[in-house]
Every structure is written in structure tokens, then in C-alpha cells.
Ligand binder design. Structure first.
Ligand code: SF4
Length: 348
């Protein structure tokens, strides 16, 4: 029987897909592959550890949970990076089905290195820190003939499967939540509570996804307004990173867009925050954006309409390459690899 590799994001969808895969094939056939961006919500790491352990039929070692409860803040990124890389290595060693890998950079480091600020059309962060890293792990560890990749898409997202199939080929993909019995996100959250596992807190705070701590370069104004309201210190950190990249590129670029008056203009996080401080309701409440880290954007979309330089495929594979346990591949040795990479020792 082919083994399953679940693209395990820390969200409720990939947990639901993993649970079904384990139910159908047994935990011995399932690997939970998590690619860390280093800026996830702290509670995501707790959720990741608890669900990985529970899927393996055991409790999570308290020492791992204690380390997940003492992650340094974003403002201490050097310490945070080391803490998370060490925690990932320890968790992968202790929890059988979990493979916690990390490229070693966070999304803003990637934007700076590829000289392109991520936005709703182009996401160098997930291309480098998730899709390509996970694909390299597959190339080094799993034969397409006996491995199937599992994605957390649900029945309302069948249209996303086709694009994902193209990117993950020659590995076949499965999305168990597109099959019956159908489950909504709310029902999955309810199932979690029934199992005695606390759902990731970002859902209760109103975020649509449990990715990158409520931040996303593909998020819209409504999502950024929520981030500012619920996590102002986190918003400020991202705002400062955006300003750094604008200065470095010397271009009027931004993650958000202002579409008032029928014209599209850059809308920086700083400008947006100042606007909301004066007029709290002055934003597009319908614009949430969509996070789709597991899909490759089409080539035609690899161009930004608001003045950024063109980004091509080779830019996305530039920068430090992951090195790890097999011929330098990503995996449990990601912590040691990132420490060896001089770039990862730079501080913000
Ligand atoms: S969640 Fe958004 S910001 Fe984070 S890696 Fe994915 S696309 Fe990038």
C-alpha cells in the first residue's frame, strides 16, 4: 500500500485530512510533514504537537509542550529562530509521524533576499518556505511510485485540486475532505473539542486561516484590520519589515492595495494603520484575501501590477538552500543546517 504524506500546516483542514488518512490506512502509513515559516502563531505549535501525538495514539511529552509555550517573540527573531529549529528537531525525533522541517528564513527575509515583496498575486514566501521545501523533502525521501501526498482541501475547494496536481506531479495527490462524509470547518473544530484538543486560537479570534500568525501577503484589508485589532504588536512588527523592504528596494511597493475611486494604488501597512487609528471602520470589510500556500500561482500571475520588478522562477529557488539529513536534504537536521548558514545568524 502506498504511504501517505500529509501536508500538515497546523490548520484544522490538514488535521481533518490527516485524521481521515490515519483512519483509512493506519498511522504506520502516514507522515505529517510540517514546513515552519518561523512566524506562526505560538498556539499553532502547541496544536501541531498535540494533534501529531494524538494521531499517533499517545500524549505529547510535556517537555515539548513547555518549549512550545516559551517561544521568543517576533521582535527577537534570532532567538525565536534557534528555539523553533531546535524544537522542530526534538519534536520530529520524539513524535513518530511528524516531520517538522524549516528552510531557516521567515517570509520577510525571503522578500528581502529575492528583492520582491509578496502580495496577493505572488507569494515567494510560501513558494520557498513551503512548496519547494516540501517538494525537495519528497524528492529526497519518497518515491512517487509508493507515496501519495495528502492535502487539506475540503469539498468546497475541489477546483483547487487541479492546480495542485500539476505542481505536485509525479506524486499523486489526495484530498480526503473532498469526499463524503462532508465536513465544514466548524464541524471539524467541533470534532477537535470532542477529542479534548483545543482548536488553534486564531479561529476563535476570527481569522480564516491559522497561517503565519494571522499575517499573510495574500490577505486583504479585513484580515489586516483584524490583525491590528487582535495583535497590534505583531502588526507593528510586520509593518516595520514592510518599511525595511520598501527602503531596500527604493520602490513604492506594498502588500495591500487601495482600490478606492476605481484606481489601484499601493497601501502600506503603516498608512493603513494610521488610517484606522483616525477612522476605525474605514476599510474594505469584504476583502479577506485567500491563503493558498499549497498551490503554485500561474506563470501569468508572476507579475505585479503595482511597480515591482518581474520575478521569475529561478529567483524563487535562489538564496540559502536547505541542508539536512540525506545528502543535505531538509528534515530533522534543519536546525543544525540553519545554524551553519551564516545568513541565519544575522539579526534584525
Ligand atoms: S501564509 Fe501567506 S505569508 Fe505565510 S507563507 Fe503562506 S502565502 Fe506566505
Amino acid at each position: 500500500m502506498p504511504g501517505r504524506v500529509v501536508m500538515f500546516s497546523g490548520g484544522v483542514g490538514s488535521w481533518g485530512a490527516a485524521r481521515r488518512s490515519v483512519g483509512m490506512h493506519g498511522i504506520g502509513q502516514v507522515t505529517l510533514l510540517f514546513a515552519d515559516t518561523l512566524i506562526e502563531d505560538d498556539d499553532l505549535y502547541r496544536f501541531l504537537l498535540e494533534t501529531s501525538a494524538r494521531l499517533a495514539g499517545r500524549d505529547c511529552p510535556p517537555g515539548l509542550l513547555a518549549r512550545a509555550a516559551s517561544i521568543p517573540p517576533l521582535t527577537e527573531m534570532g532567538r525565536r529562530r534557534r528555539h523553533l529549529l531546535d524544537l522542530g528537531a526534538a519534536a520530529s525525533a520524539a513524535l513518530g509521524p511528524l516531520e517538522w522541517i524549516a528552510e531557516g528564513r521567515d517570509p520577510h527575509r525571503v522578500y528581502g533576499d529575492v528583492r520582491f515583496l509578496g502580495n496577493s498575486l505572488v507569494d515567494p514566501c510560501s513558494a520557498i518556505l513551503k512548496r519547494r521545501l516540501m517538494r525537495r523533502w519528497l524528492e529526497r525521501d519518497r518515491d512517487p511510485l509508493d507515496t501519495i501526498c495528502v492535502l487539506g482541501f475540503d469539498w468546497s475547494e475541489v477546483h483547487r485540486l487541479e492546480r495542485a496536481e500539476g505542481f505536485w506531479a509525479p506524486w499523486r495527490i489526495e484530498a480526503p475532505l473532498t469526499e463524503k462524509p462532508r465536513r465544514s470547518k466548524e464541524e471539524l473544530l467541533f470534532e477537535l473539542e470532542g477529542l479534548g484538543i483545543r482548536p488553534p486560537r486564531l479561529y476563535a479570534e476570527g481569522f480564516a486561516h491559522n497561517n503565519c500568525g494571522g499575517f499573510c501577503c495574500k490577505a486583504g484589508q479585513a484580515s489586516f484590520a483584524l490583525l491590528l485589532r487582535r495583535h497590534p504588536e505583531r502588526y507593528r512588527w510586520h509593518e516595520e519589515r514592510e518599511e525595511e523592504i520598501r527602503a531596500r528596494l527604493d520602490r513604492d511597493v506594498s502588500i495591500m492595495r487601495d482600490r478606492r475611486g476605481g484606481r489601484t494604488r499601493p497601501l502600506t501597512m503603516r498608512l493603513f494603520r494610521r488610517r484606522l487609528e483616525r477612522r476605525p471602520g474605514d476599510f474594505d470589510g469584504s476583502e479577506w484575501g485567500a491563503c493558498s500556500c499549497m498551490e503554485e500561482p500561474s506563470t501569468a500571475k508572476e507579475v505585479d501590477a503595482v511597480g515591482q520588478p518581474r520575478l521569475n522562477g529561478s529567483d524563487l529557488v535562489g538564496g540559502p538552500r536547505p541542508r539536512g539529513r540525506k545528502a543535505g536534504g531538509p528534515g530533522r537536521s534543519a536546525a543544525r543546517a540553519a545554524r551553519r548558514d551564516p545568513g541565519s545568524r544575522r539579526r534584525r
